[in-house]
Design a binder for this molecule. Sequence first.
Ligand code: NOJ
Length: 530
Amino acid sequence: MLSSTLWWQHGIIYQIYPRSFADSNGDGIGDLPGIIGRIDYVHSLGADAIWLSPIYPSPMADFGYDVADYTDVHALFGTLADFDRLVAAAHARGMKVMLDFVPNHSSDEHAWFAEARSARDNPRRDWYIWRDPAPDGGPPNNWLSYFGGSAWQYDATTGQYYLHLFVDKQPDLNWRNPAVQQAMLDAMRFWLDRGVDGFRVDVIWLMIKDAQFRDNPPNPAYQPGQAPVNALLPLYSSDQPEVHEIIAMMRQLLDQYHERVMVGEIYLPIERLVEYYGMSAPECHLPFNFQLITAPWSAEVIGALVNQYEAALPPGGWPNWVLGNHDQHRIASRVGPRQARVAALLLLTLRGTPTLYYGDEIGMHDVEIPPELVHDPQELGAPGYGMGRDPERTPMQWDAGPGAGFTSGVPWLPLAGDYAEHNVAAELDDPASMLALYRSLIALRRATPALTHGSYAPFAAYGDLLAYLREHAGRRMLVALNLGPQPQTLELGTLGQGRVLLSTALDRADERVSDTLALRPDEGLIVELG
Ligand code: NOJ
């Protein structure tokens, strides 16, 4: 048991999608001055760190995940000086700032790629991944883009194909080239020297590809109607053994600074995910654990996966949990608004660092986007599979006014139809709101070592009931969740008795319980035992 923990262990990370958080200049797109203007809200929520989705110069083919310059800020979002002000404002409040780092690919409008594509003998040619056409003139192998179609784009000027695991405007960098490694480490150093407290590293498990570029095998579980990319197993285009050396190199750089954190975006099964803590050298502090996003909403399944995850963690590996992000349908839409409260309690009481997605704390749900307003390249490239990500990226709902307090102009994505009821201002006034729940939960978590760094032990996982224990220095918490719409009774058995500290309905604090615990439909409880 750790007696003292680091900020990224006991803290809470709050993800901001900058385009959609707060617009200070009326262009309908959020920006850094907007975030500075709302920093006190994030601080008062109880978040310890903000992670900003990409703010770099970019043609926005993938909304900033196509970087044209790794060491500057897009004019849409502001300037480097604005960024410095944001870091200063966060640090003044004891909060950390994390950037999204996108190493797997750049924009095709990055100066490096312009040089690389100009001639086969250009010194930067090998910074990207080029291959000759197959004998029939087609792509060099069968790899698929996550955004639809082949992962190879033919370049007529030089007669070769380049690899792009995402859109063709996102050429993959060649991380086997030491010059690329150095240039990217220099970019990380640029931000670390500016005071950035860490990075969320985009698709970290994709950074190295099979040296022989072998064809990926068919996926035997693929069903017609699923997204086309799932037709193949990404055996040779992801999770390659050599990627671990690259990540260890990034980690060594971070370790030259004080308490910086590296969070890796990784969609892999648990046993492969935990390898990204580092097997022979330290790698990610927090390989993102997306199990609560990918698993069905079932007490039995979630109970089992928490046990599996806890058991798989390497010595010293710190756990983490996530309910949503800018690539996934919102939790309130996935499980419904009532269960979203239960989900909040789960996220904030499991052992490990929670990452919150902006707006989930006010119960924002997916917004239906009419076809003519679709922006997301994933939906445009592979339409009709329900994979569009615009619905979960709509503007933050601050108040009931025009533009929801997000903008004085026309928002870049439509606002939720019900924003006049569900917004920060209204929920701050409502003692039973989702926001009130998040604020109470976070305050309780911050004040309770058993919840921030106590041990975890399973207690029950059957039917709609999930219950577990968190314990530290003699204080023992029982967390009990009803994942369904029927009342439930949990036998406390040898746990004896206790006192309710918090109900997801925010109306049972201080109630004494003994022998059995009654849970109302869709209710979660934190009970201090003893
Ligand atoms: C993962 C990011 O979260 C997603 O938004 C992006 O489209 C891809 N990586 C490509 O960078």
